[in-house]
Design a protein around this ligand. Structure first.
Ligand code: DC
Length: 216
C-alpha cells in the first residue's frame, strides 16, 4: 500500500460522509464515497426498468459503471436509496466493485466511507472508524438535509426508510454492515460535526503518531 488508508463505516445518516471528507482534506488524502458505486449501479438498473434484486441484471450494471454514472444528479432520494441497498446485497455486484475500490485506495492512500471498508475492502487499514448515532437522531438529520434541499418529507416516513435500509444492510449474507473487530466506534448522537472531527483526529493521532498534522 503506497499511502495511508482510513476506513469509515457506519449506518445511513450517521455523519460518516461529512467526517470522512473532512479527514481526507485534513490529511491530504483522496476521498471515496463508496455508497456512490452502489447508488450508480442501482440507478442504471432502474433506468432500464430492471429489478435491483435481480443478480444478473445488477451485476451487469455494476460491471458497466463509468465515471459519468458516479457524477449523476439523481443518485439520492428514497428510490435510489432502496435500489442501492438492494443491489448491495448481491455478491456478484460487490465482487464487481471490490477491486475498483482497492485500486483507488492503494494508488495514493485514501479515506473511504461505506459499510464494509474496515471488514472487507481494507481489513488491513491502520485506522478504522465505525460512525453511528441513534436511529432517531439519524432520521432527524436526514429529514433536515431534505428540508435544506427544499424537499418536503414526512419525518415518520424518513425514519421508516432509514430503518428498512439499515436492516437490509445489516442482515445481508455478504459484507453486512457491522464494525470491524478493531474499529473504534464513534457515537455521534450528541456530537456536532466539529466534535466528531476532533474525536476522529484524536484517534488518527493515537494510531499514527507521525501523522503530518500531529503537531496541530
Ligand atoms: O452510504 P450510502 O447511504 O450512500 O450507501 C447506499 C447503499 O449502498 C447502502 O444502503 C448500502 C450500500 N453500501 C454498501 O453496501 N457498502 C458500501 N461500502 C457502501 C454502501
Amino acid at each position: 500500500m503506497s499511502g495511508l488508508v482510513i476506513a469509515v463505516d457506519g449506518p445511513a445518516a450517521a455523519g460518516k460522509g461529512t467526517l470522512a471528507r473532512r479527514l481526507a482534506a485534513e490529511l491530504g488524502l483522496p476521498y471515496l464515497d463508496t455508497g456512490l458505486l452502489y447508488r450508480a449501479t442501482g440507478r442504471r438498473v432502474l433506468d432500464d426498468a430492471g429489478d435491483p434484486r435481480d443478480p444478473a441484471v445488477a451485476a451487469a450494471a455494476a460491471s458497466a459503471l463509468t465515471p459519468a454514472d458516479l457524477a449523476r444528479a439523481d443518485l439520492r432520494g428514497p428510490e435510489a436509496d432502496m435500489a442501492a441497498s438492494a443491489v448491495a446485497a448481491i455478491p456478484a455486484v460487490r465482487a464487481a466493485l471490490l477491486e475498483w475500490q482497492r485500486d483507488f485506495g492503494r494508488r495514493h492512500g485514501a479515506v473511504l466511507d461505506g459499510r464494509d471498508i474496515g471488514t472487507v475492502v481494507f481489513p488491513e487499514a491502520p485506522v478504522k472508524l465505525f460512525v453511528t448515532a441513534s436511529p432517531a437522531e439519524r432520521a432527524r438529520r436526514r429529514w433536515l438535509e431534505l428540508q435544506a434541499k427544499g424537499i418536503a418529507a414526512d419525518p415518520t416516513v424518513v425514519a421508516a426508510e432509514l430503518a428498512a435500509r439499515d436492516e437490509q444492510d445489516r442482515q445481508r449474507a455478504v459484507a453486512p454492515l457491522k464494525p470491524a473487530e478493531d474499529a473504534t466506534v464513534l457515537d455521534t448522537t450528541s456530537l456536532d460535526a466539529e466534535a466528531a472531527f476532533a474525536a476522529a483526529m484524536a484517534l488518527v493521532r493515537a494510531r499514527l503518531p507521525r501523522t503530518p498534522s500531529n503537531s496541530a
